[in-house]
Write a protein that binds this ligand. Structure first.
Ligand code: XIL
Length: 444
């Protein structure tokens, strides 16, 4: 915070509402610096990354590679590190296409997410027909071999992908791997940790975005169990493939926050949102805000570069159009990453004395951080003002200055002069909601 010494002295911490967490955030967080012009650079301002899936076969396309090199600082191989690609025949490993992606990324100073060591899908033919201990051993050998080969080059591995069932069961998906025993997932994580102790180890899945869904709860319980028993897990990946049948949930921030509270990083690993125009842009904005609002959300990866590169190309779900032009969704993501905010409803740029209270209160934006923002209110028309400031859930005012404040409810603060003039301010911990507060003035 860049408060002057004088104003620091006047900051009044609102003790009733100041939780230990909020206090730590105020002290520990650093402000975002000025605007960056690429997704990766903008994400780095808050210590995050912004990645994309890459297909080895497209690296010769100069438009594709130009956008890749310019915009992204994390790379995931779209298919080239999967089991069928890296071990096409049992015991015979093949890394050519994966290496092209890894080398291209690393030569450009980008990091790599590894995807994926063990999965029921995209298994090589020889594995599909295996079962029992021979399959278990083949899977563990695969994990060990591939993670060892890439040791030191991978930021995070999706060790296990998509192991939970859709629908209301909240349990595991049936698969040949699951039939080797319920402990196959933790066995895979342990093998990956031994092979590459420096990589973060993630569980990755889809339809785990909505906190109230059974599948989300099932994965949550597994991670909780792993953490309690010391199974080596560092992160949870949320694929985040959205469309009208599977929209961005309004509780996304809650989901990410609750997983993070288990002591793991969370990452949005395969983001795409079908749609177009401002609707799509708003949904991308919401997902980006949800990540920024969670300290342990370490980054976002989109599942391809141009709409035409997408596995769901007909849904135009990405940030660049088929010609490589930036879409509205791109701009909304960049803006959120840059400011740690969106502009909020500009219709509330100022609000005043709707009831004719004899004075005017004007709100103006202050500094913004990933978890909170400052606002200032300037009053004209009287020195004896009473200003009501109303924030919207889940926002909380966690600090005030140059005013004497009382509380009508957790969301409604009444501010009066405290001898420091007619401009006062406050810090709002936003919880992902960047809307401006409403302010109104009356004469005291
Ligand atoms: C998809 C790829 O994008 C396609 O090219 C391929 O044909 C199928 O797999 N969940 C995952 C990704 O974890 O690996 C999938 O990628 C998309 C769904």
């Amino acid at each position: 915070m860049t408060l002057t010494a004088k104003s620091v002295a006047r900051v009044t911490l609102v003790s009733a509402l100041l939780t230990a967490v909020a206090g730590a955030a105020i002290i520990g967080a650093s402000p975002a610096s000025g605007a960056a012009s690429t997704l990766g650079a903008a994400a780095q301002q808050s210590g995050r990354y912004f990645g994309t899936a890459v297909a080895a076969g497209k690296l010769g396309d100069s438009t594709y590679t130009g956008i890749l090199n310019r915009e992204f600082d994390m790379v995931t191989a779209e298919n080239e590190m999967k089991m069928d690609a890296t071990e096409p025949n049992q015991g015979q490993f093949s890394y050519g296409n994966a290496d092209r992606i890894v080398n291209q990324a690393r030569n450009q100073g980008k990091r790599v997410r590894g995807h994926a060591l063990a999965w029921h899908s995209q298994q090589p033919g020889w594995m599909q027909n295996m079962s029992g201990s021979s399959l278990r051993n083949a899977m563990l050998n695969h994990v060990t071999q591939v993670a060892t080969y890439y040791r030191g080059k991978i930021y995070a591995w999706d060790v296990v992908n998509e192991a939970f069932a859709d629908g209301s069961s909240g349990g595991r998906r049936d698969s040949n791997l699951q039939r080797t025993g319920n402990d196959w997932i933790e066995a895979a994580f342990r093998a990956a940790r031994s092979a590459d102790p420096g990589a973060k180890l993630c569980y990755n899945d889809y339809n785990t975005d909505n906190w109230s869904h059974a599948k989300t709860q099932g994965v949550y319980r597994m991670v909780q169990d792993f953490k309690s028993r010391g199974v080596p897990i560092d992160c949870v990946g949320f694929q985040a493939h959205f469309n009208s049948g599977n929209p961005v949930p309004s509780n996304y921030h809650t989901t990410l926050q609750n997983f993070a509270a288990l002591g793991v990083d969370v990452q949005i690993t395969e983001l795409d949102i079908e749609g177009s125009g401002s609707t799509q842009a708003q949904q991308y904005q919401g997902v980006t805000q949800a990540c920024l609002a969670v300290a342990r959300c370490t980054g976002i990866t989109v599942w391809g570069i141009r709409d035409t590169d997408s596995w769901r190309a007909s849904g135009t779900p990405l940030l660049f159009d088929g010609s490589g032009n930036k879409k509205a969704a791109y701009t909304s993501v960049l803006n959120v990453l840059n400011s740690g905010t969106n502009p909020g409803p500009t219709s509330t740029t100022t609000s005043s004395n709707p009831g004719g209270g004899g004075c005017t209160a004007t709100y103006s934006e202050g500094e913004k951080w990933s978890d909170r923002f400052n606002g200032n209110v300037t009053v004209s028309g009287t020195d004896n003002w009473i200003v009501t400031v109303t924030v919207s859930s889940p926002q909380r005012i966690i600090a005030t200055w140059n005013t004497s404040a009382t509380w009508d409810s957790a969301n409604v603060m009444t501010a009066r002069p405290n001898g420091n003039g007619n401009t006062f301010g406050f810090t709002i911990q936003h919880g992902g909601n960047w809307n401006w507060p409403s302010v109104s003035c009356r004469v005291g």
